[in-house]
Design a protein around this ligand. Structure first.
Ligand code: CP
Length: 305
């Protein structure tokens, strides 16, 4: 494996399978009453969050602590970033404090890549702008593999605001590496112009794709990143691209519903669908801790499992 995890494209099929298999081992530890392992004792993991997060930030912290690493949580709010300190100077400060791994979330696409050229430790991308979120794709693949036993030949439909989604890009790259067939469904205004070069199919008609899907992953409509009108109204978006009970009934019986969170209930996904037995949304959050344990363990060369 590479020293850093910045893009899902950094992962070969063998790397991805190693992470998923290691997470399977670690999931057994998470089922024990004492969940802690001594593997990263003496190592320091810095969580460097310049953008808001609930799931990713907390699960990286839980993952590092379960492996007995020392954890430093840095949030841009309340730090010297508000006095104008640059990313580079922030990074060098953390380096001086002995960070073995830096987990970074940043609003600028490419920030983790820049960070990797300034510090010695491993860099883990926890979401950069509209670019990538590789550990989300790994936890999604882990969840799919647990539910569907294999990803080879599985048909995964990713629906919604692809344009602003780092989750969509990382999922398309990783799922192709793992042998799944991916279809993106979105209004044309919410697809990036480069989508033709992505290794997936594209459709504008959700109802025709649902009956052929093993997995339907709904994406959050990211209104906070929208500086123009990308669809006529929330109601119209929901009517054409939202997953409600009627659409759920069109999916094969064993097919699952995923969402990376946070959700806009009632917009891209109806509340009863999000809370249904077909939904893996809470499972995805739990699997996030396990996958992030596996990533930290493999990047920092933990000794015994
Ligand atoms: N899925 C995800 O990245 O959620 P958070 O923004 O809460 O971390």
């Amino acid at each position: 494996m590479n020293r850093h995890l910045i893009s899902a494209a950094d992962l070969s099929r063998d790397d991805a399978l190693l992470i998923l298999d290691t997470a399977d081992e670690l999931a057994r530890v998470s089922d024990r009453s004492i969940k802690k392992l001594p593997t990263l004792r003496g190592r320091t993991v810095v969580n460097l969050f310049f953008e808001d997060s609930t799931r990713t930030r907390i699960s990286f912290e839980a993952a590092a602590k379960r492996l007995s690493a020392d954890v430093i949580n840095f949030s841009a709010k309340g730090s010297s970033v508000s006095k104008g300190e640059s990313l580079k100077d922030t990074a060098l400060t953390l380096q001086a404090m002995g960070a073995d791994a830096v987990v970074i979330r940043h609003g600028a696409s490419g920030a983790p890549h820049r960070l990797a050229s300034w510090v010695d430790g491993s860099i883990v991308n926890a979401g950069d702008g509209t670019h990538e979120h590789p550990t989300q794709a790994l936890l999604d693949a882990f969840t799919m593999r647990r539910r569907l036993s294999t990803l080879e030949g599985r048909r995964v439909t990713i629906v919604g605001d692809v344009l602003h989604s780092r989750v969509a890009r990382s999922n398309v790259l990783l799922l192709r590496t793992l042998g799944a067939e991916v279809t993106l469904v979105a209004p044309p205004t919410l697809l990036p112009v480069t989508v033709e070069s992505w290794p997936c199919e594209v459709s504008y008609d959700l109802d025709s794709v649902l009956p052929k899907s093993d997995v339907v992953m709904m994406l959050r409509v990211q209104t906070e990143r929208m500086n123009a009108a990308f669809f006529p109204s929330a109601r119209e978006y929901s009517r054409r691209y939202g997953l409600d009970r009627d659409r759920l009934a069109k999916m094969p019986e064993e097919a699952i519903v995923m969402h990376p969170g946070p959700m806009n209930r009632g917009m891209e996904i109806a509340a009863d669908v999000a809370d249904s037995a077909r939904s893996t949304i809470v499972e995805q959050v739990a699997n996030g801790v396990t996958i992030r344990m596996a990533v930290l363990y493999l990047l920092l060369g933990g000794e015994t499992l």
